[in-house]
Design a protein. Structure first.
Length: 395
């Protein structure tokens, strides 16, 4: 068991009509002139954006709008937001959307107060010492960015997708109304649950086997997500199931499921290169990579994969064949991914075969020009990354 510090300062306002509190919350955390940051058309079509802006206006809060955030949020939009905040004298950023919008807002919030290039933080050249205060109205449960310390931005110059973590980037508040997720398309819902589960699994697959309470919490999150996704795919307006998924997204990435353990994160790092190169949906990319990663590393701690198979995937424990049980757990996860419309390899994800040259380029980027390793469950060197990508490509 590892020593740990658990820090989750975000105020969560959860439930039906919770967005009614937005103006009070912005004022509580010092906002007077707010950048309202959002994505595509859903926030507009649903009427949520207008409602939020009206509530802020009624509360005497000025607003500046910046939409257009796309999945795998772009550095160019961050630059646009930084310039707009400086021009308008914005003192608070409110995200209306999912993880991509919140991640973009986090980058803007530190970039406004930094005299240099905001990409310095993502490139590892500097650490942010200040952020504008932020809050969010969550509409897509997936990334967990509403309670995490991290954000991921894609630099179009080279299609480089990189994450950056800083406790100062945590939201002051997160408004979560499960009813706002009723209209999410099935694919996006399934990809979101995949992302939620992977945030938990990246922490769960560890060599720290003595933090049994954290493991039990992680397993409960995984089982609940696995059950609830089928309910909402059948009935998108099932409030109970939607609420579990929305709260599960926050619990999966506010570090609770990793207290006392060492996270791996290799699957995320490998996937970042996939979605950076092919602009794929992040959750789907994780599903396409994880089975190959799992088969490549499971022998590093077979008992951990056995526990996952039995406690999460309901595989009978064959005590005479631990490796067989572990592999059946991986196979069960693949069947689960297919059952909710997720891919289990790269060709299924991108709809074509990937070339050797593209694989080599992903390895180069993932290893930072062959200078670093990834992961902790099994430390992956560039050759290991190549092997996993090739497995996921069906080579």
């Amino acid at each position: 068991m590892k020593d740990f510090i658990y820090y989750a300062p975000t105020e969560v306002v959860f439930g039906k009509d919770s967005e009614q509190e937005v103006a009070l919350l912005v004022k509580k955390y010092g906002g007077h002139k707010v950048l309202v940051h959002y994505g595509g058309g859903s926030a507009v079509r649903s009427g949520l954006l207008d409602k939020i802006c009206s509530l802020l206006k009624e509360g005497g809060i000025e607003t500046v709008l910046l939409g257009g955030v796309v999945p795998n949020p772009r550095l160019s939009k961050v630059h646009e937001g930084i310039a707009l905040c400086k021009k308008e004298g914005v003192d608070f950023i409110l995200s209306v959307g999912g993880g991509s919008v919140i991640d973009s807002a986090k980058a803007i919030a530190c970039g406004v107060l930094y005299p240099g290039e905001v990409w310095d933080f993502y490139a590892g050249k500097a650490d942010a010492e200040a952020y504008l205060p932020m809050g969010c109205v969550l509409t897509i449960p997936a990334a967990g960015s509403e309670m995490s310390d991290s954000s991921v931005i894609t630099n179009e110059d080279g299609d480089i997708k990189v994450g950056y973590s800083n406790n100062l980037s945590r939201q002051k508040f997160a408004i979560m109304n499960p009813e706002r997720t009723y209209t999410l398309p099935p694919y996006q819902t399934a990809a979101g649950v995949t992302d939620i589960m992977m945030h938990t699994m990246e922490r769960y697959f560890s060599h720290d086997d003595d933090m049994t309470l954290t493991d039990a919490v992680a397993e409960a999150v995984l089982r609940t997500m696995k059950d609830c996704i089928f309910t909402v795919l059948k009935d998108p307006k099932d409030y109970r199931a939607r609420a579990q998924i929305m709260w599960g997204g926050s619990l999966a990435h506010n570090d609770l499921t990793g207290c006392g353990t060492s996270g791996d994160w290799a699957t995320h790092q490998l996937e970042h290169e996939l979605s950076g190169m092919f602009d794929a949906t992040h959750g789907a990319g994780l599903a396409a990579i994880w089975p190959s990663w799992a088969r490549y590393v499971y022998k590093e701690n077979v008992s951990r994969f056995v526990r996952f198979a039995v406690n999460v995937m309901d595989v009978p424990n064959d005590f005479t064949d631990p490796e067989g049980t572990a592999l059946k757990g991986i196979e069960a996860m693949e069947r689960f991914y297919h059952s909710i419309g997720m891919p289990i390899n790269i060709p299924e994800l991108i709809g074509k075969e990937i070339t050797d040259e593209e694989i080599e380029e992903m390895v180069r980027k993932c290893s930072h020009d062959y200078s670093i390793t990834q992961g902790q469950f099994k430390v992956l060197k560039p050759q290991d990354m190549l092997n996993i990508y090739r497995m996921a490509a069906g080579r």
